[in-house]
Design a protein around this ligand. Sequence first.
Ligand code: CO
Length: 134
Amino acid sequence: MLGRLNHVAIAVPDIAAASALYRDTLGATVTAPQQLPEHGVTVVFIDVGNTKIELLEPVGEASSIAGFLAKNPAGGMHHVCYEVDDILAARDRLKAAGARVLGDGEPKIGAHGKPVLFLHPKDFQGTLVELEQA
Ligand code: CO
């Protein structure tokens, strides 16, 4: 069921500053910022060859990233995203195994225009897990 690592996401308080750090200091290519109101974030992606880094900045007070940054003001690793072939089959299998799917349990369209789901960090060793249909 589990496919390749699509990205590692890092929550940041200032996406312009974080993008400049990756571009200018680390020499990476950073995509243009993309606002995802449904997810309460602005994102950029950095392709590092074998996977991507996603930088997340909160949009709006209700953003889950805002809560994360309140506890981690400098930013920090927020989630890992794995690819799956069939997101509904993956969801049903995980639910049957007792894992909790966040939100209403229905996939939303993520930053790559593909369906995504998030799994409760308490069910995955304290790590928020995103699944994306490849
Ligand atoms: Co993500």
